[in-house]
Design a protein around this ligand. Sequence first.
Ligand code: ADP
Ligand code: GLC
Length: 488
Amino acid sequence: MTEPLKVWFLASEVAPFAKTGGLADVAGSLPPCLKSLGVDIKVGLPFYRTVKDGSFEIKKSFEGLEVPLGDTILRGDILETSTEEGVPVYLFDMEDFFGRSGLYGTPKGDYPDNLERFSYFCRAALLFAKETGLSFDVVHCHDWQTGLIPAYLRTLFKADPFFSDVASVMTVHNLGYQGLFPADKLSVCGLPATEFHLEGIEFWGKISLLKAGIVYADAITTVSPTYSQEIQRPEFGLGMEGIFKKRSADIYGILNGADYHTWDPVADRHINAHYSLGNVKDKGQCKAALVNELGLDQRFADRPLLAMVSRLAAQKGCDLLVEIARDIVELDAGLVVLGAGEDKYERFLIGLGKKYPECMAIRIGFDESLAHRIMAGADMLLIPSRYEPCGLTQIYALKYGTVPIVRATGGLDDTIKRFDPVSGRGTGFKFVEYEAEAFLDQIKEAVRLFEEGTNWMKLVENGMRSDFSWKRSAQEYLYVYDKVRKTG
Ligand code: ADP
Ligand code: GLC
């Protein structure tokens, strides 16, 4: 019998333990699916304060791991918990680094010692494996926070027999976050100065931890097929297009899946009424409850209710929302926004909410439970992203019978098909140019269809029928693991 493939899956956020966005959803739901396909998978995550303060069953796994960082040696503990499906999750404790309120920073900006924090995590993850004899065939890294791992395997640990058969896979969830730090801090991460060059960790005179991951990994994946192509072009490559082009034979675009244990109105523990294709009308109860909860005018229990659940960042198309927000009032539609992020968007939206309290509900902050109730209660979800590596909210919205209105980019383009009233096919509304008018046209079209009724139900049901469960995508990851594996 062949040994199961062993994967060490390292990410800076994993739901339900620590989350700021979709990476957590992916890192929380892909490993259990891989486990069900026979992979021996273990997950590693920093031991943030939110994890410590959560109600998870946690035990000590290892005490006093010695981890070099710059010219000092730190000693940290490793704790252990697991996902509901029994995937072990190792938590890397270093109170000075991770015992803080945020994962990466405060609303004022990034923590100044993020290079130290994530260099520590990367190095500790490899040293812990070695120290405890936890052997693996593939280390699967995600975004800049774990980008040093492939670099370590090719440099610091190159001659170490424990790691000689280990392959690395780097998943790029968002090229907009490149893990940039000043060049003179190279010694912090412990890489030799000889790696600071065009084909190494150097990026426009700085260190880029994301680039390190891309350059040194055996394979690169992105979270949708379209994004894997887009990043090889200057409009989306953000200066890294040349690097991706060079590695194009090793890039795989694998669409994210949805965790339907968490995101399905049939059993969602956060919502007011459960429904599915057989009783879509009960979605109306969720809508009425949401209108009440948010203090909107009662007429919005029947009028179209638009929503946005998102980080408030330029990536997410917030500028377009700013431009058309007042037109939504003209259409006599309601608007619900749940989000947190850049100050200028937060302030604009708060102002809008105050001006139109009856038809707009603006909630600034991160609220997992409310996100579910909005998904169930709204009629349409707005996702006008400037770029979108995959996007998960549009996939969740489909399951909740909430019609996505998206810009045709990245994973949004891959997952949403424009509704055609003649054939009755399609799952949402889509616009191409990044322009307010194009966005508003789609909203108007959606409102018109909603008011007309018959076709709307068809559209809602098409979405609810769509299936983005993880299995197929997980099999594509297995294919990539198999391609790069040096063992077996
Ligand atoms: P991204 O990772 O770029 O933020 P995704 O669409 O992939 O975008 O994933 C976003 C995830 O974060 C979804 O699970 C969404 O529900 C959640 N989310 C975003 N903003 C908030 C918020 N303010 N409160 C609660 N959940 C949020
Ligand atoms: C990123 C992207 C988003 C993607 C998520 C999970 O944060 O912005 O599009 O869905 O990662 O892969």
